[in-house]
Structure formats: C-alpha cells, structure tokens
Write a protein that binds this ligand. Structure first.
Ligand SMILES: Cc1ncc(COP(=O)(O)O)c(C=O)c1O
Length: 458
C-alpha cells in the first residue's frame, strides 16, 4: 500500500548501519556560507594555488596529453606510476627518509585515500584508534566510517604528550581494547598548528617499540615550515612501525588529488589490493602531471614561495589576534602550515557563537568538529592560508567584536543565572567519552591553555 504521506527518503530503512553514523563535517557544513563575498572566511584550509605558475602548469599538462596521450589517458598500475614513485622518494628524503624504496610506495588519490586504505586494511568495527585531541576532521570521518572507536590523546605546544600516550596505552590494555594504531600529524598540526618536538619524537618511537604500537604518520604540511629546516619524520627513525602518508596537495595542487603511502612491503601489498577494489588505479593523467612537474619545474623554489606567502598571512593573523582579542582568549603560534587553534574565554561556546559570527561576516570552524567525543566547544580553528593579509586583519577584527559581544551577553545572563550561555562541560556531555577516562594529571587541551606565552597581551 502506498503510504499517505510519502517519506522524504524512501530508501531510509535500507542504509547500512555505518551510513546512519555519517554526518556532514563542520567544514563542509560551512561551504555555502564561506563562499559569500561579504564573508571573510578563516574556515577552509584551501591552499593558495593562485601563487602557482598557472600558465606553465597549463602548458605542461597540454604537452603531456599531446605527447603522451596513449599513457596519460589510459588505465595504469594499481600501485601507481613507477617514475612518480621514484620522485616521491626524493621528496621524502627532504624530511630525513633516505631509505625508502619506490616499491614500498603506493600512489593514492590524495592522502585522504591513503588514510581510508590504511584504515580499511587494519581496522575492524570496535577497534580502537589513538589520535591526538584535537584531530584532523577528515581522518575522524574515515575512522567513523570504519566503525572504529577513537580515543583522543592530549597535546600541548610541543605536540602529542608521550606520558599521556603511555597512559592511554595502559588503559586500553587494562580494558582489553584492541589498539590498531596511533594516528598522528606531527608537523604544523591540523587543526592545532603545533609541531611535535624532537625529544618527543624520540619518546614516541620508543613507546611504539615498547608497546608494539603501529604509527600512522600523516604529514601533508612538513615542508611548509617558516623558521627552520624540516624535522626528521617519525618514519625516518622507524621503518617497521611507522606507515607514512604524504601529499602533493599543499606543496603543489590539491585539485590533482595525488598523495601516497609509504609502508613495509607486506602492508603495501594489502594496500594495493584495497586500492584496486576501490578505484582500480589512481588517475594516470594527474600522476604524470605531478611527475613532469617535479622533473621540469622549480618545485623547491615554489615551496619556498608558498611558505613566504603563508608566513606573511600567519604574521597578519597573530599580530591582529595580539592586538584585538579580549582578555581570556588564547591561541597557538604556528611556525608553519595553515592553522591557529584558538581558545575562547571561559564559558563561551564556539558552536553556539557561530551564527552570530556569520552574521558579522566572519567564518571559522568550531572546535567540536575535531573531536570524536563531543569535546572542543571552547575552541575554534582559524586558517590563514587562503585570505589576503588585509582580509585576515578584517576577519580577526570582526571575530574579536563577536567574542566581545558574546562575553557581554554571557555576563548579563550569568548574572540572572539562566545558564543559557554556559559552555558544555567536558568529559561526558555532547556525546561523552566513548571509553576510558581523561588523563587526570595532564592538562588535556592544546597549547594556549598550558602556556602563558599565549596569554592575551592587552
Ligand atoms: C592532516 C591532513 N591529512 C590529510 C589531508 C588530506 O589531504 P589530501 O588533499 O592529500 O587528500 C589533509 C587536508 O587538509 C590534512 O590536513
């Protein structure tokens, strides 16, 4: 019988259980807003591709098709083009990975597909993944789709805290949880903007050894440092326990969708099987384009140009934050990459504040999107990679005014004790901790909460 009120989605009963768990990321939800010209977007992490030599790249791709059409427009190998895999090894050598063999590299459709492949290959539903708190939103989406459970490990200004990682490992062991791997972004973290210090790199590799822990090192920003040479990758220290994900999205172009995984041979075999099941092979044309770019264009100079541009934008962001943010607001000071992680004054909630910010024509990503457990409401991610410095200054000015207004409201309503503007408490509400308590003796929040270096200077 046809129902009298046709359902909005007639297939609603047929979806797999994991499909019901999928939700729009905080970033995608903002797309329609941030594309409005009057809005200054500090939300998206889009690289400044207009700084590329677009004509040179265009004619290079044209020449590829006219000269090598039979290969560039054909299916290719599941593992990826051998020439590109060789060049990828040269790129990784810049971060201390000098022992990589092209046979251990699998080319992927961005490092996002690399994340998906690795998760498919290792995780069953219910398995535990340790991940920094906060974590890259796209990784959380992949882990959720695999029905894995994420247990966040606290960070501070120097990145992931090794003592907290050890505590998490011990707790998981005591609970009988199967920890499949640690997922970490050691350089210019998305969203926290911090970098794992050299001593901590050693400590984490040491822990991996002692606890037989597999590490997934996701490193799209490592070559985008402002002040120093890249720190050696975790993979440079341990080729058995570290699987490395790389990408050309931030150093060349995200639109080409070329990334890679470097893994021991046995794992590489499984990754190739998984990629063949998923996409048959990575796109030939874009692989040839990246290989040709690395062969013929001054790509190291281009990366330098990108970092100078991002440094200028980082400076504009930090100077404006220093000058304008109300007392009680704190933030990280990245020395590379795209992001600043900002903590609101006590009691404010970045998700609740968002509509008021959009009304004031400024956009950010609420911190809640970067946690799998409902935490992060008092944080937000600000990206400085895309807007020009003047737009950044204007965006921060608008944001500061919104926070001031929010504080005013908060004070007013707090006086009459409506509770209306109270931030959601940590440790249970809004989805709660999926498992294991927070580390009791380590401050679980990134950067600014732990450092008076980042206190407001007004
Ligand atoms: C930490 C991290 N990993 C992976 C990705 C995905 O990048 P790709 O474009 O290579 O898929 C991003 C993109 O922003 C990222 O920030």
């Amino acid at each position: 019988m046809t129902p009298r009120h046709p359902r909005l989605d007639p297939l609603a009963d047929r979806y797999a259980a994991r499909t019901h768990g999928m939700k729009t990321s905080e970033i995608r939800a903002l797309f329609s807003v941030v594309s409005r010209p009057e809005v200054v977007s500090l939300a998206g992490g889009m690289p400044a591709v207009t700084a590329l030599p677009l004509d040179a790249v265009g004619s290079m791709i044209g020449d590829l098709v006219s000269g090598m059409g039979a290969q560039t427009l054909q299916y290719g190998s599941g593992q990826g083009d051998p020439r590109l895999r060789e060049r990828i090894c040269d790129v990784m050598a810049l971060e201390g990975i000098t022992d990589a063999n092209p046979s251990e590299v699998v080319v992927t459709v961005g490092s996002q597909q690399g994340l998906d492949l690795v998760t498919r290959v290792f995780c069953d539903p219910g398995d535990v993944i340790l991940a920094e708190g906060p974590s890259y939103v796209g990784a959380l989406g992949v882990f959720q789709a695999a029905e894995a459970r994420v247990r966040h490990v606290p960070m501070d200004d120097d990145g992931l805290i090794p003592e907290a990682l050890e505590q998490a490992l011990l707790e998981c062991r005591a609970n009988g949880d199967r920890v499949k791997f640690l997922y970490t972004v050691p350089n210019y973290h998305n969203p926290a903007g911090v970098t794992l210090s050299e001593p901590r790199r050693r400590a984490i590799i040491d822990l991996a050894d002692r606890y037989d822990l597999l590490i997934i090192e996701d490193n799209p920003y490592g070559l985008l440092g402002f002040d120093h040479e890249p720190l050696p990758a975790l993979r440079a220290r341990d080729s058995r326990r570290v699987i490395y994900l790389g990408s050309f999205s931030k150093t060349f172009s995200p639109g080409l969708r070329v990334g890679w995984v470097l893994a021991p041979l046995a794992v590489r075999e499984k990754l190739v099987l998984a990629t063949e099941a998923q996409v048959l092979c990575p796109p030939s044309l874009t692989q040839y384009a990246v290989a040709r770019y690395l062969d013929t264009q001054p790509w190291r100079e281009q990366i330098k140009l990108f970092t100078e541009l991002y440094r200028e934008r980082r400076d504009a962001t930090l100077e404006s934050l220093d000058a304008l943010m109300p007392a009680g607001t704190t933030w990280t000071r990245p020395d590379g990459g795209f992001y600043v992680w900002l903590k609101l004054p006590h009691g404010l909630d970045s998700k609740l504040m968002q509509p008021r910010a959009v009304n004031a024509h400024v956009a950010y990503v609420p911190g809640i999107g970067f946690y799998a457990d409902g935490n992060g409401r008092e944080y937000m991610r600000l990206s400085y990679c895309y807007p020009e410095p003047d737009q950044i200054r204007e965006g921060v000015r608008r944001l500061a005014r919104v926070i001031e207004a929010e504080l005013d409201l908060h004070r007013t309503f707090d006086k009459v004790d409506t509770g209306q503007f109270r931030a959601v408490e940590h440790g249970g509400s809004g989805g709660g901790q999926p498992f294991g308590p927070q580390v009791p003796d380590v401050e679980p929040f990134v950067g600014p909460a732990n450092s008076d270096r980042f206190e407001d200077r007004r």
